[in-house]
Write a protein that binds this ligand. Structure first.
Ligand code: UD1
Ligand code: CA
Length: 463
């Protein structure tokens, strides 16, 4: 779209969040609120995007650092939404055409609505166009006051809840805080906004009355799904919006063939993909850039972050998997912990109370019980006995363990890295491996067993 500029307001304190961090950095579905808004903004292909920062500007700019095509303007002090827009005047001095104003705390707005807003605004040549919604509970929002009582009447002004009369409180059409403005004459008009209200703030919604009194056209776009324009001012609203986003994600996945036993407890971030015929049991967390193949079964209490899971993988209850890969046909858990860089190859099995980190478990290999496998490369068809530990840390640095294809590591083995166990080698139970084991050999380190007869009675002083 030509001659389109975007301003995102994000300078407010977010008092009602009671938080040490900026409101727009609180997360919905794993991403900061502001990212949801900026993503929608980019879909309009604007000529410029200006973010107004103020309260905790440093923290916010640090998080947004490196995002392309953003200009920051600092609003200090924060005297209200009209004052916030005014701070962008010099940044937009050369800008012509349309300005779309978004709120950093309204994350669910759809791209479709934004496009409708711009179309309506340009086709009617309005001075301002306001996105509104008709809701059951308008508490907390500015109310849309029209010249008459029917919805077809022109918008006259917007009144903030704190300044509204009893009759105005009953109005169920609310201001979303999202607008399109003609840039021509905009800043002159914004300068005319006064702060004569309960909060002593410069309210941007007052621009509506200013334009209407000047005889300029002000249009509205009423969204059909009011959830789209929910603003987040408190932790409760954050939770309510998160629930909506999660439900949408679960519905999308179910439509695409994923079974979700209890969608209300499926915590799946927006970027996660899941293949058809995968079954998600209640209480599963799939986060970040996670991909899950098809035909998998993921049991309750599993958390998977930034990981790639193949097809037909079973993940039993209460596993934590981060930054790892699990290939097709493998099975993991219950109670396994795959830390970053774990690479479970095809058909391999990781059992209960196994922790892995930067470790490959080759195709068809098994580590069934109670092990720590870190900084290790384990070949195919290897059996790792219960209680096997890679002693990868010598107090100064991490060292590698290599185990060849077909090796058999007996239970309670300690592998003091760096060390290599050859292909097909056997390690007896209870062995401490300090030296490399050649291919095909047996390694044992425990001495011959001694039985001392009568020792117990003697100790207890009996005859
Ligand atoms: C605002 C609208 C209200 C609307 C609601 C929709 C005003 C006066 N009221 O109310 O009509 O129904 O949004 O969600 O605009 N901000 C700044 N600088 C400031 C003040 C605010 O950048 O000086 C930013 C905030 O960070 C936030 C946005 O503007 O992103 C809205 O401010 P907020 O205080 O949340 O306004 P509401 O009371 O929600
Ligand atoms: Ca708000």
């Amino acid at each position: 779209m030509s001659d389109l500029h975007i301003v995102v307001l994000a300078a407010g304190k977010g008092t009602r969040m009671n938080s040490a961090q900026p409101k727009v950095l609180h997360r919905v579905a794993g991403r900061p609120l502001i990212d949801h808004v900026l993503e929608k903004a980019q879909a309009l292909a604007p000529r410029s995007t200006t973010v107004v920062v103020g309260h905790q500007a440093e923290a916010l700019m640090q998080v947004l650092d490196g995002r392309p095509h953003l200009t920051f303007v600092v609003q200090e002090p924060q005297l209200g939404t009209a004052h916030a827009l005014l701070t962008t005047e010099s940044a937009l001095a050369q800008a012509r055409g349309t300005l779309v104003l978004l709120s950093g705390d309204v994350p669910l707005l759809s791209i479709k609505t934004l496009k409708t807003l711009v179309d309506r605004h340009t086709s009617t040549a309005a001075a301002a166009t306001v996105v509104t919604a008709i809701v059951d509970d308008p508490t907390g929002y500015g109310r849309i006051v029209r010249t008459g009582s029917s919805a077809g009447e022109q918008i006259a002004r917007i009144v903030e809840e704190k300044d509204a009369t009893r009759a105005e409180h009953a109005i169920r059409e609310i201001n979303s805080g999202i607008y399109a403005f003609a840039l021509e004459g905009l800043f002159e008009a914004v300068r005319r906004v006064a702060s004569e209200n309960v909060q002593r703030e410069y309210y941007l919604p007052d621009l509506v009355a200013i334009y209407r009194q000047a005889g300029r056209t002000v249009e509205t776009v009423i969204v059909s799904n009011p959830d789209e324009i929910r603003g987040i001012n408190s932790r409760s609203e954050l939770a309510a919006v998160s629930t909506i986003v999660r439900q949408e994600k679960a519905t999308q996945l179910m439509d695409a063939g994923v079974t979700i036993e209890d969608p209300a407890t499926a915590y799946i971030d927006g970027d996660v993909t899941v293949g058809a015929d995968t079954i998600l049991h209640p209480g599963v967390f799939l986060e970040g850039r996670t991909t899950i193949g098809s035909g998998c079964e993921i049991h309750s209490g599993v958390r998977i972050v930034d990981s790639q899971i193949g097809d037909r993988v079973t993940i039993l209850n209460h596993c934590v998997i981060t930054g790892s890969r699990v290939a097709s046909g493998a099975s993991v858990g219950p109670f396994a912990h795959l830390r970053s860089g774990s690479d479970i190859r095809e058909g391999a099995r990781v059992g209960n109370f196994v922790e892995m980190k930067k470790a490959v478990l080759g195709a068809g290999s098994k580590a069934g019980h109670l092990s720590y496998l870190g900084d290790a490369t384990i070949g195919a068809k290897v059996n790792i006995g219960a209680g096997t530990i890679t002693c990868n840390y010598d107090g100064a640095k991490k060292n590698q363990t290599v185990i060849g294809d077909g090796a058999f590591i007996g239970s309670d083995t300690q592998l003091i890295a760096p060390v290599t166990v050859g292909n097909g080698a056997y390690v007896g139970s209870g062995t401490t491996i300090r030296e490399d084991v050649p291919d095909g050999s047996l390694a044992v380190s425990a001495g011959k067993q001694r039985n001392i007869e009568g020792w117990v009675d003697k100790k207890k002083g009996k005859k």
